[in-house]
Design a protein around this ligand. Structure first.
Ligand code: FAD
Length: 458
């Protein structure tokens, strides 16, 4: 006998799951959200560490992210702009620090021309990609069989241009080495943000933050669900009835302490975690195969808090880039109304692997050393220092999100969100617009809810 019976059970209380649950509730269906962790929010996590409020997971909102912006407004949350007065900095191949303004890195005139030309080419290709159906582009197979790095190197032999172009979808977004994913995957990443140029425009892509933290979005959505969100309930097994062969009886989930029966299920978590659940009967071959070609990127988000935002005194905005630095990008991440100054830096893919070989002390030293190349020696002495390591989080396993390996997007993309009987899928990692972002999570939550409502009417 089931402990709980509902119309829909949702696995995961992140942005996608809490959105789907609210949409279904509004349409009159009963729901329960089962969350493995002892908190709501998944990859959104605002916490106080040594007295400093930090965004351990996602935080930025960009102006094209309509679904997220609508949700923020509807929940009555306030946003504020990232600090961006003054010069940005760039560290070149010889380690020299350059100040600059605008989006173009301060490279030689020749390299600048190459970057501008290839950016134009990329924008034209991205404009042809439907982020919801990247696999449908006539050249999808071709573009999915060449790595992002190899394609860039076919366009130019200017190494600095390649590194700067590669970075926008590589270390900064998919957080995998640029030889590990395809040109098509890179174009999808850009198409999901509107254009390649949008991705390299930090003022666009990293525009605003939510006062008090972005985790409030899933927290407030969960609050509306009251007792229908259950924490510490990792779903271990999911029995489902294939409507084409069985009675259409729905799904039964078991956790360590509960049995939940429902007519439909939504798996609202990273696709790399589907195989944490035993499906009875097993999922179809297509899903078995497809899920093996999706993997998480990996990036360390580093916060360093100082008694004041000292870089502003030097006329610096805090925005810093270098494909040659351990921390390939860094920003002013000072909280709204905070007197203290906070920097956030990122250490991606193989650089992240490398520093995790070191002791915690050495790693901190290396990362702060890298920040000091951008902001000067004061950067080495924060009052609070924190590294988010989502790689050790059992219920996430990497950051920021999952993407296909070479060839996977073209081969499997069309079935990413195809329901299997009563089982639906929703997660930022399955999104078109807003792919790998909170906006995409909300869109996918809405989509799964709409699919269920349609199936229910039929
Ligand atoms: P998740 O947030 O991963 O939620 C899934 C939930 O399911 C989790 O709570 C998990 O515990 C639970 N779960 C998993 N398996 C089970 C199970 N078997 N049983 C029960 N529960 C289960 N996005 C932006 O838009 N802007 C940013 O600035 C940004 N920066 C980021 C920085 C970092 C460091 C990280 C990690 C992510 C960032 N992102 C950013 C991405 C964004 O946070 C995610 O895309 C989004 O939050 C994912 O939401 P989701 O609901 O799809 O999945």
């Amino acid at each position: 006998l089931a402990d709980i019976t509902r119309d829909v059970l949702i696995v995961g209380a992140g942005a996608a799951g809490t959105t789907a649950a609210n949409e279904l509730r509004k349409a009159g269906l009963s729901v329960v959200v089962l969350e493995a962790r002892d908190r709501v929010g998944g990859r959104l996590w605002t916490d106080v560490i040594d007295g400093a409020m930090l965004e351990i997971g996602g935080q930025w909102v960009s102006p094209d992210q309509d679904a997220l912006i609508e949700t923020i407004d509807e929940l009555g949350l306030e946003t504020f702009s990232r600090y961006r007065e003054g010069d940005s900095v760039y560290v070149g191949p010889d380690g020299t620090l350059h100040r600059f303004t605008g989006e173009m890195f301060p490279v030689s005139a020749e390299t600048e021309k190459v970057i501008a030309e290839i950016t134009e080419r990329l924008d034209a290709m991205v404009a042809e990609i439907d982020p919801d159906r990247p696999y449908a582009h006539p050249k999808a197979a071709e573009w999915d069989s060449i790595t992002w790095d190899a394609w860039l190197r076919q366009q130019t032999d200017d190494d600095e241009a390649v590194r700067n172009l590669a970075f926008a979808t590589g270390s900064a977004m998919l957080t995998k080495p640029t030889h590990a994913f395809s040109l098509l995957q890179s174009l999808l990443m850009a198409a999901s943000a509107g254009s390649y140029s949008h991705l390299v425009d930090a003022d666009f892509i990293l525009d605003k933050r939510v006062v008090g933290g972005l985790q409030q979005v899933p927290l407030l959505l969960a609050e509306r669900l009251g007792d229908d969100v259950l924490l510490n309930q990792p779903v271990r097994t999911l029995e489902w009835d294939d409507p084409s062969t069985g009675s259409g009886a729905g799904v039964t989930a078991t956790t360590d302490s509960l049995t939940v029966r429902a007519r439909y299920a939504i798996l609202a978590h990273a696709p790399v975690l589907y195989d944490r659940i035993s499906f009875v009967p097993s999922l179809p071959r297509r899903q078995h195969q497809m899920h093996q070609h999706l993997s998480m990127g990996f990036v360390i988000k580093v916060h360093a808090v100082y008694d004041r935002p000292f870089w502003r005194e030097q006329g610096l905005s805090g925005t810093a880039f270098s494909p040659y630095e351990l921390s390939h990008e860094a920003y002013d991440n000072t909280n709204h109304g905070d007197e203290r100054g906070t920097l956030v830096g990122f250490v991606s893919d193989q650089n992240a692997d490398d520093v995790f070989e070191l002791s915690a002390e050495e790693r901190k030293e290396r990362i702060l050393e890298s920040l000091s190349h951008y902001y000067g020696p004061e950067a080495k002495n924060p009052v609070v220092y924190y590294e988010s390591d989502w790689g050790t989080e059992e219920w996430t396993r990497g950051a920021y999100a999952a993407s296909f390996d070479m060839g996977g997007l073209h081969r499997y993309g069309k079935d990413l969100r195809t329901p299997v009987g009563p089982i639906h899928f929703a997660c930022s990692d399955l999104a078109g617009a807003g792919y790998q972002h909170v906006d995409g999570a909300i869109r996918m939550g809405r989509l799964a809810a709409a699919q269920i409502l349609e199936a229910d009417r039929g």
